[in-house]
Design a protein around this ligand. Structure first.
Ligand SMILES: [Zn+2]
Ligand SMILES: [Zn+2]
Length: 111
């Protein structure tokens, strides 16, 4: 019996390849792994440079770290301000603080 793989959109608009009887494959991840020539680590995600989640051309795909990636998108959408990002770890910090809580304490500990 010939199994026909099907491609569908998930709730986040990413294209998913479903090969009947097998697990779901995120096409952009497969392609990015191909581009990098290695497997993606669990903390790595695919960034679509032109923000089109279905544009899976290799030149449109870039690897990003999970947490930082989301914050970059939030900044772009105006949900988060650059001022809220810690310059050291790129984590979230309060508006007025120079560094995030963690980096602030690390800094103090080193002195
Ligand atoms: Zn992205
Ligand atoms: Zn920090």
């Amino acid at each position: 019996m010939v199994r026909t793989p099907i491609i569908f959109e998930d709730k986040d608009k990413y294209l998913i390849l479903k090969d009947t009887g097998r697990s779901l494959l995120k096409i952009h991840r497969l392609l990015l792994e191909f581009k990098l020539g290695r497997k993606l680590k669990p903390n790595e995600v695919t960034h679509h440079i032109n923000e089109d989640k279905q544009d899976n051309r290799l030149e449109n795909l870039e690897v990003r770290e999970k947490g930082k990636h989301q914050r970059q998108h939030q900044i772009k959408k105006g949900l988060l301000s650059e001022k809220q990002i810690c310059p050291k770890c790129k984590g979230k910090k309060g508006y007025v603080a120079k560094l995030c809580f963690k980096c602030y304490h690390k800094n103090r500990g080193n002195k």
